[in-house]
Design a protein around this ligand. Structure first.
Ligand code: F6P
Length: 412
């Protein structure tokens, strides 16, 4: 019987796709847990790109993961799409090049990796799913500020993005009040309105425009006038970048190109200019953009990300491959990656958060009375005078002004 030296157990970690606060906290959580379970830990550089041709990685240890818990970004770097782009939907599946898959498998075998922790959003987890189908041992960690992954209550990064947007609203509120202006804040989130909804509630927005709720300029303008009528001469509007215009079109900075998704953005400026034109009130727009993705994670995200990292490594130790760690408060569980990426998780327009906001008088740009059991407050009398004109002519929806440096896309 031979008692030869056993190969050292090893796991890999990578961060893929757009960054967000908390990536380093996951890396640290996974590394420290891995070391405690007797694994060597390696971190692949620039997302999936570091897995093959050329392979690039660094050893992760207690030393180089100390002090990164509160740092934004990722010490491993990341790539959005690059050579690895996949979708796994039944009808729109995009396959990863088999040569790349074979290259990744060889790397995993040569480094004797027992498992690979893939930290990413829907696109990156779709890649992980195809790795799994190819026999590469992966587990997923749900990352994105958009909070749009199914099967988990929260993705890490979301809370930090909401904190950033809430801080922006706090700041915009004081300047809006000083100048008696309407302030429009455009936030990220792609096709989900989570950031707009949560920041809007936390920052005391008066109007919240979401991709999930069809809205009209009439309703938005009416709200502004009602506020004025009750002595409030400033209004805060939060608009999600993916909120469609009343014409049903989405505003893009850039059309989809090859592997790259379309780039959303620009709806805030259109909304602001339309409000100004209709009501003749000074209106300004602020676009928060990538500020929402940078900087230190919030306490909530630090705890969530740390637990995600630790749990992902335990899943490898237990052989639960092809699964993604998920948070079902107060528990960490796991689900098949496929369950998380097959369907986008969007805001429930009749959910508790929306109802609570409506009960406080927040306007979503629609007709709230029809479906709002919590509408305790009676609506104020409609205002009928706007700068000498009547409300009807000031707010009547004609679709609004569109264009100027942005692409307006018909939504399917
Ligand atoms: O998915 C995260 C996200 O920040 C979205 O909210 C936003 O639309 C997009 O990424 C921006 O991507 P990029 O960094 O490629 O501009």
């Amino acid at each position: 019987m031979s008692y030869g030296k056993r190969a050292q157990k090893r796991i890999g970690v990578l961060t893929s796709g757009g960054d967000c606060p908390g990536l380093n906290a996951v890396i640290r959580g996974a590394t420290k847990t891995g070391l405690q379970l007797g694994y060597d830990v390696v971190g692949f550089l620039k997302g999936y790109e570091g897995l093959t041709d050329p392979v690039s990685y660094m050893a992760l240890d207690n030393k180089n993961t100390t002090g990164i818990l509160n740092q934004g970004g990722t010490i491993l770097g990341s790539t959005n799409k690059g050579r690895f782009a996949a979708t796994v939907g039944v009808s729109d599946r995009v396959e990863i090049d088999p040569v790349l898959l074979a290259g990744v498998k060889t790397t995993v075998e040569q480094l004797s990796l027992e498992g690979l922790v893939c930290i990413g959003g829907d696109g990156s987890l779709a890649v992980a799913q195809q790795f799994h189908e190819y026999g590469i041992p992966v587990v997923g960690v749900p990352k994105t500020i958009d909070n749009d992954l199914s099967a988990t209550a929260f993705t890490f990064g979301f809370d930090s993005a909401v904190a950033c947007a809430t801080d922006a609203l706090d700041r915009l509120k004081t300047t809006a009040a000083s100048h008696e202006r309407v302030m429009v804040l455009e936030v990220m989130g792609r096709h989900a309105g989570w950031i707009a909804l949560y920041a809007g509630i936390a920052g005391g927005a008066d109007v919240i425009l979401l991709p999930e709720i069809q809205w009209s300029y009439d309703s938005v303008c009416q709200k502004i006038l009602e506020r004025e009528n009750s002595g409030k001469s400033h209004t805060l509007v939060v608009v999600a970048e993916g909120a469609e215009l009343p014409t049903g079109k989405m505003v893009l900075q850039e059309q989809e190109q090859g592997n790259r998704q379309s780039r959303l953005g620009g709806v805030g400026a259109i909304v602001a200019s339309e409000i100004e034109e209709r009501l003749k009130r000074e209106t300004r727009v602020a676009v928060l953009g990538h500020l929402q993705r940078g900087g230190p994670p919030t306490t909530f995200d630090r705890v969530l990300a740390t637990q995600y990292g630790a749990h992902a490594v335990r899943m490898i130790a237990e052989g639960r491959f092809g699964e993604m760690v998920c948070y079902n408060p107060p528990h960490m569980n796991s689900v098949p990656i496929l369950d998380a990426v097959n369907e986008l998780r969007t805001v429930d327009s009749k959910g508790d958060a929306v109802l609570a906001a409506r009960a406080l008088g927040v306007c979503f740009g629609d007709k709230p009375e029809s479906d709002n059991p919590f509408m305790l407050r009676k609506r104020q009398k409609p205002v009928d005078q706007v700068d000498g004109g009547d409300l009807e002519s000031a707010t009547t929806d004609k679709g609004g002004k569109e264009g100027q440096g942005v692409v307006i896309q018909e939504t399917l």
